[in-house]
Design a protein around this ligand. Structure first.
Ligand code: AP5
Length: 199
């Protein structure tokens, strides 16, 4: 099963991806996590992407291609994987299709978490409060100004993926405003349907 979780910042992609890792035993490929690891390591790539990420902008499609093509070749991706916020431009979507085609594989489904943007700011504030309470460092892009910028970048750069995947018949929408458990149940129903069809 190869799936994409699509949705604006704070929609719950990471929350649901962690659950799917547990329930389906396939890895989560989060380019956000990969880029943060690079940034925190101080590598040349990390230095290059720091200002872009901290400002709420997208890193280049070339960087994402390098990160994802290397990761998808790892043995743990053989049974499938979850692209968690890892496809954010039409260019990246086409790149993923090419990489998978070379491996004689294809994307199964794209699950869009549909959410109200103003509610997301409340979620962000809760995430920041939880992070501080746990003693962990707050993400530099998790402040209201940069978060609004990330939402605008989503609308402009990533939302065009919705009609792109709709035309391919791969898009499924889930109400991301429901509780974490309800969102999880809706995603499970979709994944069960695809698993049954593959058997
Ligand atoms: P990334 O780390 O992917 O961030 P994001 O897409 O902005 O998403 P978030 O992690 O903020 O939110 P989420 O949807 O995962 O929600 P979460 O589950 O945490 O990317 C960061 C940056 O890296 C980008 O801005 C860009 O610079 C760069 N980047 C990454 N990938 C790239 C790419 N492919 N191309 C170019 N650049 C790239 O939930 C949020 C909060 O809400 C949590 O506190 C959670 O507990 C809570 N919550 C979750 N679900 C619910 C629910 N149903 N009800 C109530 N609360 C909920």
């Amino acid at each position: 099963m190869i799936l994409i979780l699509l949705g604006p910042p704070g929609a719950g992609k990471g929350t649901q991806a962690h659950r799917i890792v547990e329930s389906r035993g396939i890895p989560q490929l989060s380019t956000g996590d990969m880029l943060r690891a690079e940034r925190d390591s101080g590598s040349p790539l990390g230095k290059k992407v720091k200002a872009i990420m901290d400002g709420g902008n997208l890193v280049s499609d070339e960087v994402i291609e390098k990160l994802l093509t290397a990761r998808i070749k790892q043995p743990d991706c053989a049974r499938g994987f979850i692209l968690d916020g890892a496809v954010r431009t039409v260019g990246q979507a086409k790149m993923i299709d090419r990489v998978l085609k070379k491996q004689k594989r294809a994307l199964d489904v794209v699950i869009e978490l549909v959410v109200d943007e103003d509610e997301l700011v409340n979620r962000l504030k809760r995430r920041v409060a939880d992070t501080i309470a746990s003693g962990k460092p707050v993400r530099p892009d998790d402040n209201e100004e940069t978060f609004r910028k990330r939402q605008a970048v989503y609308r402009q750069e990533t939302a065009p993926l919705i009609p792109f995947y709709q035309e391919q018949g791969k898009l499924r929408k889930v109400d991301g405003m429901a509780s974490v458990a309800e969102v999880a149940a809706a995603i499970d129903a979709i994944l069960d349907e695809f698993s049954a069809a593959k058997r």
